[in-house]
Design a protein around this ligand. Structure first.
Ligand code: F0G
Length: 484
């Protein structure tokens, strides 16, 4: 590992550095999460990086031109590794496991913005644009169709450096698809644990097709995560490397989603970043990205964060807004959090939402998310399944297909706009985390079933924007009549 890279407990009272080749991703107390930390001065001196972000955009053009050339060129072609000086833990290009991930783009969508209530936006220099400031960061364009590839390329590179022999994850679907893809690319046996009947078809299909051994556990995501933690942490002799977002190297890769947003906005931070919250890795990674860039002097202010839960899986919303638990300089009220989990268990409360990607009871990155909300002056909201599906349809109608969980970001942005928390002239980036084809069942039910359908234990609401298929006779005149 590079001499300037270490792991460190997120507890500010524990500043001891741990070796970066460690594969147990908790501090020595057995429960505190870890960060990847760098000696930035040394890293940037030795890498010859003068903190001028224009190099990243230049690499984009360079990488596209010679992606089949040297390893350096492969790195330039990746939307993660073209920012390599901002996640500088990899020793050499050949340590990197990349499939050209992160070629995702920030898309402006004026029609959707106006429909949601946005107005011409205020630019960072105080001038007024003639266009509203809603941007969609479309992570569905990744090789496995979700944002997870950003993190997987980073964690697989760490796994390669430490010589991991087997990799494992628990998943609501996308992590398993992404792990399966990278495991086959890296030539490492991959194992995924998914809740039986709890994941969308497209994601299951991917895990199977990419060749991961797929274990359908008789339980939900939280049960799967508990089991993989037992396998990887409690039984180190098995040499099983953990690929869930508890792995801080995953989050290093996910920082680059924000680097690409900034790259597209000329390194002028937006006013808001809105992201769906499940296991809370993404929001944690975003805050780390902004904090580091701010400390490095590469941005002059940090945007605000909105984390959007599904109403049927709103643990963070309850903990933050109802129990009022805060990061509190690293001394968050763990007793109250444990109490809430016990209450949920006693009441038999289990997450249930059409947005199966974020159907999670106990988000593993909760403390990091509380820190993120602190760093980014954040807010948390929940949106119900009906609202999620309506906004998914609106996103689709405006040219960007996404899966239900992703649409929570757009639904959440609208809610915050209506509450007056997001101002209509602010510049807002919503993260579309996964591709529409991930969950075709939810989409077809929304459009084609003209009543309350049921998928497992989740009610799929009737859609206002439903676009029903029309049965028609095998006759050109009949077809023409239907074409209007
Ligand atoms: N959106 C999608 C499409 C996801 O797949 C996930 C998480 C999230 C949002 C939430 O992101 O966990 O960083 O807060 N999916 C995980 C999985 C849990 O197993 O695929 P988060």
């Amino acid at each position: 590992m590079n001499p300037w890279t270490h792991l460190r407990s997120i507890d500010p009272a524990d500043s001891g550095l741990l070796p970066a080749d460690r594969t147990s991703f908790l501090a020595d107390d057995g429960h505190t999460l870890l960060d990847v930390v760098y000696d930035w001065e040394r890293a940037h001196r030795e890498l010859g990086f003068g903190r001028d972000p224009s190099i990243f955009a230049k690499r984009l053009a360079l990488g596209a031109a010679c992606a089949t050339g040297s390893s350096e060129a492969m790195l330039d072609a990746s939307g993660v590794w073209r920012f390599r000086e901002l996640l500088p833990f990899v020793r050499a290009p050949q340590d990197t496991v990349t499939v050209g991930e992160g070629k995702t783009i920030l898309q402006r969508n004026d029609a959707l913005a106006r429909l949601l209530g946005f107005e011409p936006c205020r630019m960072p220099d105080g001038s007024r644009s003639d266009r509203p400031g809603l941007f969609l960061q479309y992570e569905g364009l990744n090789p496995s169709g979700s944002f997870k590839d950003n993190g997987m390329t980073a964690a697989f590179s760490h796994a390669r450096m430490v010589g991991a022999k087997k990799v494992v994850c628990a998943s609501t679907g996308n992590t398993s698809a992404s792990l399966a893809l990278y495991a086959s690319a890296a030539g490492v046996p991959g194992f995924v644990l998914v809740g039986s009947g709890k994941i969308a078809m497209g994601k299951l299909a991917q895990a199977l097709d990419y060749g991961a051994r797929t274990l359908q556990v008789d339980g939900d995501f939280d049960a799967c995560l508990a089991r993989v933690r037992e396998l990887s942490t409690d039984r180190p002799e098995l040499g099983v490397y953990l690929m869930n977002s508890i792995n801080p190297f995953r989050l290093e890769g996910q920082k680059t989603i924000m680097f690409r947003v900034l790259d597209a906005l000329g390194w002028q931070p937006p006013d808001w970043v809105v992201v769906p919250g499940g296991n809370l890795g993404n929001c944690s990674a975003f805050a780390k990205a902004f904090l580091e860039l701010h400390e490095l002097g590469m941005i002059d202010r940090i945007p605000r964060l909105a984390v959007i839960n599904a109403s049927g899986a709103r643990t963070l919303d309850r903990i933050y807004n109802e129990l009022g638990i805060r990061w509190n300089h690293g001394r968050c009220d763990n007793k109250a959090i444990r109490g809430e989990y016990s209450r949920m268990d006693a009441a038999g409360e289990r997450a249930a939402t059409v947005a199966t990607a974020i159907q999670i009871n106990r988000p593993v990155n909760l403390p990091k998310a509380l820190r993120a909300l602190d760093v980014m002056d954040g807010v948390v909201r929940s949106v119900d399944d009906h609202c999620i599906m309506e906004h998914k349809a609106l996103v689709g109608r405006h040219g960007f297909g996404c899966e239900p969980a992703s649409a929570a970001s757009v639904a959440g942005a609208r809610r915050l706009l209506e509450e007056g928390i997001i101002k209509p002239d602010e510049r807002v980036v919503c993260i579309l985390t996964g591709h529409a084809l991930k969950d075709p069942d939810a989409t077809v039910r929304y459009h084609a079933i003209h009543r309350h359908g049921r998928a497992g234990d989740v009610s799929i609401p009737l859609g206002c924007s439903s676009n029903r298929p029309v049965p028609v006779a095998d006759d050109v005149e009949a077809i023409l009549r239907e074409m209007g």
